[in-house]
Design a binder for this molecule. Sequence first.
Ligand code: SF4
Length: 470
Amino acid sequence: MENLKTIGRAEPLDIEHLKPPVDPSSLRHRDLLDGPFWQRIPAYRTVDEATFLDWSWQARGSITSAAKLLAAIQDVAPKAFYDDVVAGFQQAPMALRVSPYILALIDWANPYEDPLRRQFIPVASKLLPDHPKLTLDSLHEQADAPVPGLTHRYPDKALFLTLDTCPVYCRFCTRCYAVGLDTENVEKVSLKATEDRWELAFRYIAQRPELEDIVISGGDSYQLKARQITLIGERLLAMDNIRRIRFATKGPAVMPMKLISDLEWLDALTAIVEKGRRLHKEVVLHTHFNHPNEITAITKRALDNVFERGIITRNQSVLIRGVNDTVDSMQLLIKRLGHCQVHPYYVYLHDMVKGVEDLRTTVQTACDLERHVRGVTAGFHTPTFVCDAPGGGGKRVVHSFEHYDRETGVAVYTAPSVKPGYFLYFDPVDTLSPEIQARWRDPADQARMIEAAVGAARSAQTSNHKASSI
Ligand code: SF4
């Protein structure tokens, strides 16, 4: 009672703290970059805030070639770096597109180490040979597609690839088989935003009563016109079987100003979310932030707009070497997302994607990070670390492997409710010992290492089965 009486008095309460005062640096997730940071880039020195916040200026001014990159950054990066970029593009499976927003956040004094540069701009000197077991569409999205651009893998969920363009192109894109323009190395599968193609997808979804959950992706939902958001949203909401829709976009991470200055797009999304709510169906936004530096005061303003409209936002990150593979960067990312009312939902082990071996980490790295992240914040803001199993096994919790040989770097997963068989993920060869690296150069030895891992997984399953009543 005494404590209750004292509440409301002007003098401070004498509280005995059980915890020591926190280090102020532990609250740095709230310190967001603000002010005209873009004016550090020579080409944007005279660009005012209104222009920088205009999403159509951002889209028109996106960097799509090495020459445009040089014109924008001029002499802020060393000439040798620029030559390295030119050579990097010649080998890259993804076309180049970087927004002025991202370009302005890169530390050009240290471009080799910068976590944003690493995601979007290749440099030849850092590229590594692909893993010998890598395939172009490693998740078998096309093999699991009954109609072009609709992957039906899980019983009640489908992935609807509505278009093949994005506001930026990520070096590590799993969908490099389709997304963006052809490159010197990859001729893309066409997934254009045509209503004829969409019609086939709508018909298939309507004919499958087990489908309840549709992910609208691409490419990127940011690129859909407002009327296309409305069309897709209304067609799906009208189907009795559909209970959940997710619009997936990297946009808020790379061009957040669209949520400030393209209210037509946000209004269309809001209308679908509200219509869904009236029908007792969930429509949410899924974002793709990978590093805390992507989140600035502009991002917060954009996400505040989304939150004020009652739109739930979840984030899916990719675990990338040199970007977010440290405890510090991952914890800061998760706390900063939470600060912006975005739920950190998944962290994906980097898919086995062509041309980006330098960006993949090991399964062990993901397991270690997961251990350090859990407990930092509330459970509903704690991402699940998953391996999207190559071959179409779907997302498996990263440490749920049947067997993981840390020496050869072979992890074996099963997905009993998705597909029969074993699904293999391979650690990057350069992270293994020199002896094992030599074995990966020999096809016969590759087969032996895989056979041994699958055999060990089979034995582990047999003994677990004996010990379990399931
Ligand atoms: S935004 Fe998504 S779909 Fe587009 S390039 Fe990046 S990872 Fe691929």
